[in-house]
Ligand binder design. Structure first.
Ligand SMILES: *[C@@H]1O[C@H](CO)[C@@H](O)[C@H](O)[C@H]1NC(C)=O
Length: 193
């Protein structure tokens, strides 16, 4: 190996280490309660579809990202025609619809499978809560307008069980944990209370 290629290989390793370090620091800042100001501007919080088409999710206050212990607050926007998966979780969940309109599909946890869900129209300025463990799905049924909701859950981080359809047995629903938006901060060390 010549001096030139040795030098460029050292430089490359150095740059790689720098990149890894920067990534770690940025990630730690996003996943730590200590680095964040008390009052935060919603427009500056991370927002992403986390790989789910037609969704925009923002964790306003989260267990993994902000050290919340009892509740977690999300701002979610579902594009026209898009929907959440059919899913359940063993925590309380409260929705406040800020914009748009859609349909809540809600089934029961008491039979072997969810079965045919009940339909509830939802629209801006309505609120509803999902009974613990009841399978549900929120669909934006409007052709033009986004459906935007403020969502509060208890017992974070959420453990979601996903159904393929309403007739899949409860025991066959697949656990998705950490959930899409929790994956990023799942392994970072947590601040002490
Ligand atoms: C929702 O409530 C706000 C505040 O009271 C009001 O300005 C808005 O018109 C309401 N929207 C609908 C669709 O009722």
């Amino acid at each position: 190996m010549g001096v030139r290629s040795l030098a460029s290989s050292i430089l490359l390793h150095f740059l790689l280490l720098l990149l890894l370090y920067e990534f770690g620091v940025v990630r730690a800042a996003q996943c730590s309660t200590k680095e964040q100001p008390l009052v935060r501007n919603l427009n500056e919080l991370p927002q992403s579809n986390y790989g789910r088409e037609g969704l925009s999710h923002m964790t306003i206050a989260g267990a993994l990202s902000h050290g919340m212990k009892e509740v977690e607050v999300w701002l979610q926007t579902i594009a026209p025609g898009s929907k959440t998966p059919i899913h359940r979780h063993s925590c309380e969940e409260v929705f406040v619809v800020l914009k748009g309109r859609g349909t809540l599909f809600l089934a029961s946890s008491s039979n072997k499978c969810p079965g045919k869900p009940q339909l509830f129209p939802i629209s801006s300025n309505t609120t509803f809560s999902i009974p613990v463990n009841d399978p549900h799905q929120v669909v934006n049924t409007d052709g033009n307008e986004d459906l935007q909701m403020l969502v509060v859950i208890s017992r974070p981080p959420v453990k979601v069980f996903i159904y393929d359809d309403w007739f899949m047995p409860h025991i066959a629903a697949r656990l998705k944990y950490p959930y899409y938006w929790d994956a990023e901060c799942f392994d970072s060390p947590k601040d002490e209370l």
